[in-house]
Design a protein around this ligand. Structure first.
Ligand code: SF4
Length: 79
């Protein structure tokens, strides 16, 4: 899976990756969870989510359907 800035950021925020420092580490962690036949579509989901909802500077958490499972959001709520 190609890991661009959106995939890197969204994966980390959601908690799909843990302490991944490089795109390669992100890819390796994601591939543990995502079945091979879903890798292509999951890649698109992550990119589109990062492009339109989970924006780098101001993620639209209020509009996001993944709030309940998002580690970044859970930390925000608790702090
Ligand atoms: S809840 Fe916020 S930080 Fe988490 S994936 Fe959604 S937009 Fe991103």
């Amino acid at each position: 899976m190609a890991v661009d800035t959106h995939v890197f950021r969204v994966s980390a925020r959601l908690g799909l990756t843990t302490n991944a420092k490089t795109p390669l580490q992100t890819e390796q962690q994601l591939l543990k969870y995502i079945p091979e036949e879903k890798v292509h579509i999951a890649h698109h989901w992550l990119i589109l989510h990062g492009r339109y909802i989970c924006l780098a500077r101001s993620p639209k958490c209020g509009e996001c359907g993944l709030r309940k499972v998002c580690k970044y959001y859970q930390k925000l709520v608790k702090s």
